[in-house]
Design a protein around this ligand. Structure first.
Ligand SMILES: Cc1ncc(COP(=O)(O)O)c(C=O)c1O
Length: 461
């Protein structure tokens, strides 16, 4: 008998799909899993020390993106972000990171024992989402603190993009490495209609997930290095420690295929995706739905039109149950529908029809009302670096009673995988309220009965 997991996944075969991965369950590689699932033999190279065949694929990918060198990962951008940061910073170096970075950035800080300069993101005043960083604030912070590297998320999970040229300029004037988590932007390079790729802007390190918008299997990713200021071998060494010693050849090959597909068809595909975005936007005029990209009052230079980010939210369950449409995220306030190279017009029209129907029937509540609740609550004071918590005594407490205590865990709603609280940080009132309102099991680090680990106050700090 097949497991519930198998059957649940199979039952979604006919659904329209607006979530990762970007192939949308369409057959891009035509690889038979088992046939290509091999090991390190003569002629199959070794991902963790590539010299021949895999190195050749990396050279080709690097050429496609005009980078100096690249590394393929079968463990997503997650490991590459860690390897990129840890391979270019030494213990005790300070790294500037936007506070709304992906959890892998925080893992690098933890394992690399790095100091952090958190840059608070600017929050969109209507909905309260992080939509970028204030460049004047960044400049002022870099003037005060000597920093080895700045880690930027570009684009954000929601498709908003900072002025990366300006960021690069600031980094150069302070001699700071620019590491860009471009996990959601591996397609940028392939069309002038999308924001520019950070590789072309001159980032020292750029990390791409090739499974989010492009067509590789889940976990496929690539790290590109453009500058002479980072030590590629150091990054490779970290990567070989962070990644499995039995890399998946189907994933490696699917990364190669995904990039080839973009080289041959990327521009046209992206033109279509942009057309789909405009089609949805036009169709939703006069309905209850709004595209948030149009509403963000802060000056966002460009947006990633592979992301259809809608308000109000509270529609994800209805779309799935009544219309067989699965979307990437619905947090109650907004809904994120992700397109990818596998998206076809029939899926887009199904989404449009469903949203119009939902709007006409008024099947949702006004999530703007709900937006009074902080969605990205302000972090509490940092009492110690995250990794210093390792040696301390801990105890459990309900998140309801955790305000004012020092957290011993990362508390990370997933998706999008951005820590609301870090170890060594006081839990703020707003964070406690917000996390308490979350569904059981939806926050990494928050265990059964909404309990979290905090520092035991009995010990002397
Ligand atoms: C902004 C951002 N960076 C990095 C990652 C990690 O990427 P991967 O899933 O390829 O490990 C994610 C995952 O969703 C993400 O949203």
């Amino acid at each position: 008998m097949k497991s519930r997991l198998y059957l649940n996944i199979e039952s979604k075969r006919k659904n329209a799909n607006f979530h990762m991965p970007g192939h949308k369950s369409r057959d891009f590689t035509k690889l038979g899993w088992e046939y290509f699932d091999t090991t390190e033999l003569e002629g199959t190279d070794n991902l963790n020390n590539p010299q021949k065949e895999i190195r050749e694929i990396e050279r080709q990918i690097s050429k496609s993106y005009a980078s100096k060198e690249c590394i393929i990962s079968v463990n997503g951008s997650t490991s590459l972000i860690m390897a990129g940061i840890m391979g270019s910073c030494r213990e005790g170096d300070c790294v500037a990171v936007a506070r709304n970075s992906h959890k892998s950035v925080f893992s690098a800080i933890y394992y690399g024992r790095l100091k952090t300069l958190f840059i608070d993101p600017v929050l969109d005043p209507i909905y309260g989402y992080p939509v970028g960083i204030d460049l004047k604030h960044l400049e002022a912070e870099l003037r005060k603190t000597r920093v080895r590297a700045l880690v930027m998320t570009y684009p954000t999970y929601y498709g908003t993009c900072d002025d990366l040229n300006a960021v690069k300029h600031i980094c150069d004037s302070h001699d700071v490495l620019l590491i860009v988590d471009e996990a959601h932007g591996a397609h940028f390079k392939h069309s002038m209609e999308f924001p520019p790729s950070s590789i072309d802007i001159g980032a020292d390190i750029t990390i791409h997930s090739t499974h989010k918008i492009l067509s590789s299997l889940n976990q496929g990713a690539v790290l590109h290095v453009k500058s002479d200021r980072v030590d590629m071998e150091n990054i490779r060494r970290h990567m070989a420690m962070l990644q499995t010693s039995s890399p998946s050849y189907p994933i490696i090959l699917s990364v190669e295929e995904a990039v080839k597909f973009m080289n041959e068809n990327g521009e046209k595909k992206l033109e279509k995706i942009q057309g789909f975005y405009e089609r949805v936007k036009k169709a939703l005029e006069g309905t209850k739905f709004t595209l948030i990209h149009d509403k963000i009052s802060r000056e966002i230079l460009q947006v990633d039109k592979a992301k259809i980010w809608l308000a109000p939210g509270g529609v994800g369950k209805i779309l799935a149950e009544d219309y067989n449409i699965d979307i990437e995220l619905d947090d109650g306030k907004t809904a994120l529908c992700m397109m990818g190279v596998g998206t076809v017009i029939e899926d887009v029209d199904r989404l449009i029809t469903a949203l119009k129907d939902i709007s006409e029937k008024g099947l949702f509540k006004d999530s703007l009302e709900d937006s009074k609740r902080a969605l990205f609550p302000k972090a509490g004071n940092k009492v110690m670096e995250a990794w210093e918590i390792d040696r301390m005594k801990k105890r459990m407490v309900s998140i309801k009673k955790a305000a004012g205590k020092v957290s011993a865990s990362y508390l990370v709603p997933y998706p999008p995988g951005v820590p609301v609280v870090c170890p060594g940080e006081m839990v703020s009132d707003a964070a406690a309220d917000y996390l308490y309102s979350m569904k059981e099991g939806s926050v990494d680090g928050m265990i059964e009965d909404k309990m979290i680990y905090i520092l035991d106050e009995e010990q002397t700090l």
